[in-house]
Design a binder for this molecule. Structure first.
Ligand code: UD1
Ligand code: CA
Length: 508
């Protein structure tokens, strides 16, 4: 069998997005639409993957290269210098294939982000089912067909043509069978037909969709297959990824921000549902956003308003949320993370975090450790069973095991020139409101007094005190702030005390 190629169109201007950013670089579920499409193509392991770029290609090309590197795939970039229409873009895509390539071409657009490889494979199978077919069009029947090219059929029900929204004639507006913009082509037909397109249409563009009418005029067979048929076939074949989006949204195009939001919602719904089926309790799917690269162990409970992004990996039996955003965070078994914002952090099994914790990159919390309320951590390791419970900033710090930092611990890690480290040994307990002026080391088992500013190393087992003994200047307020409410309050108590003392003297 000859080779298969996938051609991805990504050269258009994306005017309807009203964005400075290239349309295909807008994200759905944390990945660019371009990456979604390239992944679907590469999952098929085709002989060739060609990405057609044009508009804003200085931004798009590096992203294509980076995705290719990440997926370990050779992606061919074909440049469409001027955006003359999808037909012209397809012809540019063909120029990225070896001369005389005569296999099948699966073509899709990078603005159809939820298309998956299972559907693409079944589209190819449907195309192969009737030999000599020039084009197989992937169609669907959306509730509102506005904006999509309509499939017109002849009296015997065969596909005649695809008519674009702006070219619709009276009576054609009601047709609800539409073109998804995803096709399987016989390469030779695509090559010859795209060479014969014209701009005789409402938009003055070279329409890829006209390839269909050209095939019919040459008495070639054109086939249309609906998305639901392909999904059913993939399921029967046992090749349907659990988190795939089903139905129309699987082939919905994104031309504006409302459509971007609709496909993002559909994509998230599918991912969230797949986690629930795998044993995760999600209290409010509507406010839980989980990206594709995230893993979650069974019996974990997710409360409302949680976003799990990037490579976040949550263990079994954890409790996450409410109101928590974790990006590339690893969470051990049975950890509890409440109202927390965390990035690039590792949290040990049985640890507790929040409410109101801010975990910055490089935070590592040991087994059964605690990062509590209004605590910010960065580039710090906090050992097993160690606790930073309240109102603290811990940066560039290594904390041993069994440590307890008093409320209000601050590591002063920056002297305006460089960052320095604080080291706190095993079993250290510190007083409230301490400042550790780095570089500084607190030895094993040491203790510090409340309010201490620790500028020098503390030996193991020592008690460090830096606050001067308290001195009370009696009567200072009445002398220096006479007539104030404070002076009156003090005077009342002091005269009552004097009377008391006098009475006691009489008794005695
Ligand atoms: C296109 C189809 C329409 C279909 C719809 C499905 C055509 C003429 N129309 O319409 O029948 O229902 O998709 O979503 O094909 N592109 C280029 N170079 C160009 C023009 C476009 O690469 O010169 C790319 C765009 O980046 C985009 C894709 O082709 O990824 C489709 O172009 P777009 O303008 O979005 O076409 P639609 O109006 O959505
Ligand atoms: Ca489109």
């Amino acid at each position: 069998m000859s080779e298969t190629a996938v051609v991805i169109l990504a050269a258009g201007a994306g005017t309807r997005m009203r964005s400075k950013k290239a349309k295909v670089l807008h994200r759905v579920g944390g990945r660019t639409m371009l990456e979604h499409t390239i992944r679907a193509a590469c999952d098929l392991a085709p002989g060739h993957v060609v990405v057609v770029v044009g508009h804003q290609r200085e931004e798009v090309i590096p992203v294509v290269e980076q995705i290719g590197e990440q997926l370990g795939q050779n992606l061919v970039i074909a440049v469409q210098d001027e955006q003359l229409g999808t037909g012209h873009a397809a012809a540019c895509g063909l120029s990225g294939l070896p001369d005389g390539f005569d296999g099948d071409v699966l073509l899709t657009a990078a603005d159809v982000p939820l298309l998956n490889s299972d559907v693409l494979r079944e589209l190819h199978n449907a195309h192969l089912a009737t030999s000599g077919t020039a084009v197989t069009i992937l169609t669907f029947r959306p509730e509102n067909p506005f904006g999509y090219g309509r499939i017109t059929r002849d009296a015997s029900g065969d596909v005649d043509a695809i008519v674009e929204q702006k070219d619709l004639q009276t009576g054609q507006h009601e047709i609800n069978e539409v073109n998804s913009g995803v096709y399987a082509f016989d390469a030779a037909h695509l090559r010859s037909a795209t060479a014969n397109l014209n701009t005789d249409n409402a938009q003055g563009e070279l329409y890829l969709t006209d390839v269909v009418a050209i095939a019919r005029s040459e008495a070639r067979h054109v086939h249309a297959v609906e998305i639901n048929t392909l999904i059913a076939a993939a399921k029967t074949a046992g090749a349907w990824a659990d988190a795939n989006v089903t139905g129309d949204m699987c082939v919905a195009g994104v031309n504006d921000r409302a459509q971007l939001s609709a496909v993002s919602r559909a994509y998230n719904d599918a991912i969230v549902a797949s986690h629930m089926r795998a044993g995760v309790t999600i209290e409010d799917p509507a406010t839980t956003w989980i990206e594709a690269g995230v893993t979650i162990g069974p019996d974990t409970l997710i409360y409302p308003n949680v976003q799990l992004r990037g490579t976040t990996a949550i263990g079994e039996a954890c409790e996450i949320g409410p109101d928590t955003t974790l990006t590339n965070v690893t969470v051990g078994t049975a950890a509890v993370v409440i109202r927390t914002h965390g990035t690039d952090a590792e949290l040990g099994a049985g640890s507790t975090i929040g409410p109101f914790a801010y975990l910055r990159p490089g935070t590592k919390l040991g087994v059964k450790g605690k990062i509590g309320t209004f605590v910010e951590t960065k580039n710090s390791t906090i050992g097993e069973r160690s606790k930073v419970p309240h109102l603290s900033y811990i940066g560039d710090t290594t904390i041993g095991t069994g440590v307890n930092l008093g409320a209000g611990a601050i590591t002063a890690n920056y002297d305006d020139i460089a960052k320095h480290r604080t080291e706190i040994g095993d079993e250290v307990h510190t007083g409230s409101h301490n400042v550790f002026v780095a570089p500084v080391r607190i030895g094993e088992g040491a203790k510090t007094g409340a309010g201490a500013v620790i500028r020098k190393d503390v030996p193991a087992g020592a008690l460090a005190l830096s606050v001067a003994p308290q001195r009370n200047v009696e009567g200072w307020v009445e002398t220096n702030r006479p007539g104030t409410a404070a002076a009156d309050a003090a005077a009342r108590v002091r005269s009552a005390q004097k009377a008391d003392d006098g009475a006691q003297e009489e008794d005695g």
